[in-house]
Structure formats: C-alpha cells, structure tokens
Design a protein around this ligand. Structure first.
Ligand SMILES: [Zn+2]
Ligand SMILES: [Zn+2]
Length: 350
C-alpha cells in the first residue's frame, strides 16, 4: 500500500450513482402511453424484454460489493474505494400523488439496478451513484438518475423510450446558477467597498440548478451504462457469442460490442470462481458528431475493458482495464468482488 496522487478527474470517473434522498425527481407530467405489465420472473430473476434484442435479467435483492484497486507496479497496489452494485424491484407508481393523496401502487413492479461508488484520497471525497429503472411503459422505458456528492456535487437524469412511436432520449444535468436575484446565491463582500454579489462558481450543491433537457432520436432499445453491464451478464447467462448494443452517455451515442472470451479461474476477495471473460469495445457510430464525444468508460476504465463473469449465473466477479492518470500514464485498475448476497442460485466458489 502506498500513498497515490490521485487526480480528482479520475475519481470522478471512477464514480457511479445514488438515488436522491430528498424525493423522487421523476416527473408526473409525462403520459403513460402503453403498459407492458409486470416483468416476468424467470428462474428467480426479472426479465426485461427488449423487442427482438437480448433481454436484461435483474435479480431481486442482489448486492455485490467490489474493491477498486490500482496497480502500481513494484509498489504494489492501492485501494482507492468501493463499488456496490445492487438490484431489486419496487412498486410502479403512476406519477406523483396530489397533495394529501397517498401514492397508489397498481400491483405492477419496476426492476431497478444501482451502482454506488465511494472513495477518497488526499482530502478528495466521492460518493457517486447511478440508479437505472426499467419502467413498464413506452416513455420513459429506461430512467437513469445519477448523483454525485462529496467534494463535488452534480445530478444527471437520462430518459430513453418511445415517444409518439419514435425512440428518443432526454438528458439533463445540473450546473451552477449563472445569475439570479435569490439572496441565498449571493456571497458577502470581502472588502468594505464591495457589495454582496451573486456567486460566480462554487461546489455548493444548493447553488446548482437543473439545465434545460436536451432530446435526440436514438436507435431502438438503446441502453445506458448500467444496461450495458447487465447485457454483459446476459451474454454469459444465455451463452451468446456477442451482443451489439447502442449506449447513451448524456446525449452522446456509442456503439458497444460485447464479445465472449475464454474461461478462467478468477481469484477475488470473496473466493475463486470459474468465470467467462467478456470484452467490451466501444466505437463512435457513423454520423455521430457534437456533444462531449468523450467515452468515459466503466468506473473510469478506458480502452480494453474486460469483465469476468461467473460462467453459469452471470454474476460479475472482476472488472479490469486501464485508468488514464493525466496525459501520459495509464494505470491498471481492478474492481474485485469482496462480498455478495442475494445472487442467483448456483453462484458459488470453486
Ligand atoms: Zn442564482
Ligand atoms: Zn455558488
């Protein structure tokens, strides 16, 4: 173990998302156009149908804890944080209740998956969560909510689904208020001849406002980053050779190919498992331009990403790849299973 200068940008991208503690931001105003009914429970997991494309399987009540380790060559490795991936189901609520009304569940379940990353180094603190819900309706069919707290604060919301029959996405994030008359956004004058003035830029969460959403057409059955991870699980669980998918990060579209690799024994902090390698490769779709055009990878890992997935149940055991640190250096990162609960039956060590 050693102390590592860890630039905040890497920790930011190491990060992932959490649910908002203070009320659900899901707008009630969007009409529910169609109703697909309860996701089917097959062999203990909820099955999310995706037209004629591979389905997503969500185990209810699964929790996987990983340790994030960065390889430092002769210096050994440094543990920089944890990632917890979990999933479950909750009642599907149609919109928000009117004041005084109790939200009524209609007996339909919503499957959700979540990843929470916590880490810190040299005073930089990170708590970043992503929650994705697969909703039994056309719009939004996928709702992704991302919250980062700690040294920096941000929220992001991504919706994907069919609107008026056309596949569409809507993305919005929050940012620092540019200028307004709210006194709580003002900072006190430091010098006698100055006046209190609107804060120009700070990291306070309460100074951040939602930006206008941006919408765009997307290919059918486009998923977000967590959807892509769960499709890697599908590839192994269903014995497929490859899966081609389109994935959205903010408003940027990416083609992702998941390829089935070799079988190997993988050692984790939770024991050794027989795993199948799944390689993820990302490319920019033809005609895609604009946007931030920067694929931020999985947990900050870029380039060749590998996920080692338990050969029969589809539970991820190890994620590995390179994390860029600054302009020149790439460090090898490993996200290794530490403990697990609620995993599909048949998930056990060698
Ligand atoms: Zn303001
Ligand atoms: Zn401010």
């Amino acid at each position: 173990m050693t102390s590592l200068m860890f630039p905040s940008a890497v920790l930011i991208s190491l990060a992932w998302a959490l649910l908002p503690g203070d009320g659900d931001p899901h707008p009630a105003s969007i009409p529910v156009r169609a109703h697909a009914g309860n996701p089917a429970l097959v062999a203990g997991s909820y099955c999310i149908k995706r037209g004629n494309q591979p389905e997503i399987w969500v185990p209810p009540g699964e929790e996987l804890e990983f340790r994030v380790e960065i390889d430092l060559g002769p210096l050994g490795s440094a543990s920089v944080g944890t990632v917890v991936m979990s999933s479950g189901v909750e009642p599907f609520l149609r919109g928000l209740p009117l004041p005084g009304e109790t939200p009524m569940a209609n007996g339909v379940q919503v499957a959700w998956v979540r990843s929470v990353a916590r880490g810190g180094h040299l005073g930089y603190e990170l708590n970043h969560s992503i929650t994705t819900r697969f909703l039994p309706q056309e719009w939004p069919a996928l709702l992704n909510f991302e919250v980062q707290t700690g040294s920096e604060n941000r929220k992001r919301e991504l919706k994907i689904g069919r609107r008026e029959g056309a596949w569409t996405s809507s993305y919005r994030g929050n940012g620092h208020c540019k200028k307004c008359s709210r006194r709580e956004h003002f900072v006190e004058a430091l010098l006698p001849w100055q006046k209190a003035h609107h804060c120009k830029r700070c990291k306070r969460a309460e100074h951040r406002l939602w930006r206008q959403p941006s919408c765009r057409p997307v290919p059918a059955e486009t998923v977000d980053v967590l959807g892509a991870v769960y499709l890697a699980r599908t590839l192994v669980r269903s014995g497929l050779d490859e899966i081609d998918l389109t994935m959205l990060q903010k408003s940027d579209l990416w083609n992702m190919k998941l390829t089935r690799g070799r079988l190997a024994r993988i050692d984790s902090h939770a024991g050794a498992f027989e795993c199948r390698e799944v390689q993820l490769s990302v490319s920019q779709p033809e005609g895609e331009s604009g946007g931030s055009k920067q694929f931020s990878g999985l947990f900050g890992i870029k380039g060749a990403i590998k996920i080692w997935i338990h050969a029969t149940t589809g539970v991820p055991v190890l994620i590995e790849g390179d994390v860029p640190v600054g302009e020149i250096i790439d460090l090898h990162a490993r996200i290794k299973l530490v403990k697990y609960s609620g995993t599909p039956s048949g998930f056990s060590g060698l």
